[in-house]
Design a protein around this ligand. Sequence first.
Ligand SMILES: C[S@@+](CC[C@H](N)C(=O)[O-])C[C@H]1O[C@@H](n2cnc3c(N)ncnc32)[C@H](O)[C@@H]1O
Length: 172
Amino acid sequence: MEVYVFRLFHRKERDKRVTTHCALVSRAFLAKKMFYCGDKDENLENKIKDVVKRFGGNFEIEYVKDWKNFIKNFNGIKVHLTMYGIPLTKKIDEIKKFEKILVIVGSEKVPKEVYEISDYNISITLQPHSEIAALAIFLDKIFEGKEFEYEFENAKIKIIPQERGKKVVKSE
Ligand SMILES: C[S@@+](CC[C@H](N)C(=O)[O-])C[C@H]1O[C@@H](n2cnc3c(N)ncnc32)[C@H](O)[C@@H]1O
């Protein structure tokens, strides 16, 4: 199964940490790529590329100019995460049947059209929280916890788990 993330309406200054964390969570929890729209942000893209270079894998980040066309033309199932949607627990078996999934997360106000052009509007609890948390839970459930075992290819930095302290193996 291939999962892609679409982060809506990034604001360069206000959202720099949250959007960075959306991308880091997407990568760590096994999404293939994060698309984003709003302000194009070279700093954000470089930060993520640098993490990929050091920690491995093939995760990509790409700016999208026309969000509506992009969602409409995505050739897979489109799942918009929103606290107003149907609980993930009720739809997860259905969603897991698809080979290609676009997970859409918002920032501030999400336009009505996003609800309409998405195939599923899915909630991760019916409480307001965060796109980072919603994304992490969605990906963890979809991949059934596989991220815990996953080893990224070509990593220059590898962490060896410790009861206490930090152990890092570096290679060039
Ligand atoms: C900080 S929230 C703001 C949502 C905004 N107030 C609205 O009405 O659309 C940002 C994003 O987090 C995600 N999110 C927050 N709570 C959620 C929940 N309970 N279930 C699923 N996604 C959620 C949604 O993708 C949302 O667009």
